[in-house]
Design a protein around this ligand. Structure first.
Ligand SMILES: Nc1ncnc2c1ncn2[C@@H]1O[C@H](COP(=O)(O)OP(=O)(O)O)[C@@H](O)[C@H]1O
Ligand SMILES: [Mg+2]
Length: 258
């Protein structure tokens, strides 16, 4: 089933054309990777999906219903969870408080903290995340661990689509691997995932579909079966442009001799 569909979506900021003619489908149980360099329009795309900005061209459908979102709340209420790179957490608050931030259990005047601790622990365990102590301040977790908690949170609160903005950009190889493992776990739970990244290796480890953006336009859209990691890397690096440059510089690249 299609969770999210973008058809020929465009967005202009003043005189800057940030997106033009972008189409994308996110299905249940699939990871759709959006790749692109700086300025390609990735964040703009996320903001449209998340209800932060409204598209001014094309159509945006959630399920089979066309929407024009005017706030993030509207996206969240429709089952779309967005995890931004600079996670909105309160560093000094325990993990469990952050997990339930804005969705606390208990009455108006008394939080059921014991229950929230247990539920947090269980929700993390369900995703295979092992944390010694949900009482530790979330600020003491590594960037990768925080991304993982955010993913578990989205799954726990019943998100149907999960949108991740460059979750591995600031992480080393090992931590990136851990985060990607939980992205795959979210897919296994039946969510549809939009994974934004500029790293074709990370995308290829988990992706089912790859969409390339270049200067706000689509520069490619491939199901996994139709593209190899090598091709994806070349496309991402601006294959033909690099070949041209290497020719100009008199230094033929690896693709020149094949
Ligand atoms: N709020 C904004 N106002 C004006 N221009 C913007 C705004 N946000 C993004 N842009 C421009 O839109 C283009 C795409 O930006 P962005 O979506 O942030 O790309 P990416 O996330 O892929 O780096 C860039 O040229 C950027 O300068
Ligand atoms: Mg960005």
């Amino acid at each position: 089933m299609n969770l999210l569909t973008l058809e020929d979506v465009g967005k202009t900021y003043g005189s800057v054309r940030a997106l033009e003619g972008v189409s994308l489908t996110v299905r249940q149980g699939e990871i759709c990777c959006v790749l692109g360099d700086n300025g390609a329009g990735k964040s703009t795309l996320i903001k449209i999906i998340a209800g932060l900005h409204r598209h001014d061209e094309g159509r945006y459908l959630i399920g089979d219903q066309e929407v024009r979102l005017s706030s993030p709340r509207q996206a969240i209420d429709r089952g779309i969870a967005t995890v931004y790179q600079d996670l909105a957490v309160v560093p000094l608050m325990p993990v469990w408080r952050n997990f339930f931030l804005g969705a606390e259990l208990g009455g108006r005047f008394r939080l059921d903290s014991a229950r929230m601790r247990v539920v947090t622990q269980e929700a993390l365990a369900r995703m295979g995340i092992e944390l010694d102590d949900v009482d530790q301040p979330i600020g003491t977790l590594s960037g990768g661990q925080r991304q993982c908690v955010a993913i578990a949170r989205a799954v726990h609160f019943g998100a149907r689509a999960l949108v991740l903005d460059e979750p591995t950009a600031a992480l080393g190889v090992k931590q990136s691997g851990v985060v990607l493992k939980y992205v795959a776990a979210a897919r296994a739970e039946g969510l549809g995932v939009v994974l934004i990244t500029h790293n074709p290796h990370h995308a290829y480890l988990v992706g089912d579909h790859f969409t390339l953006l270049k200067r706000g336009r689509m520069a490619g859209s491939h199901p996994r079966a139709e593209i190899t990691l090598e091709q994806l890397t070349t496309e991402m690096a601006g294959g033909s442009e690099l070949a041209e440059l290497s020719h100009e510089l008199g230094r033929p690249g690896p693709e020149a001799d094949s």
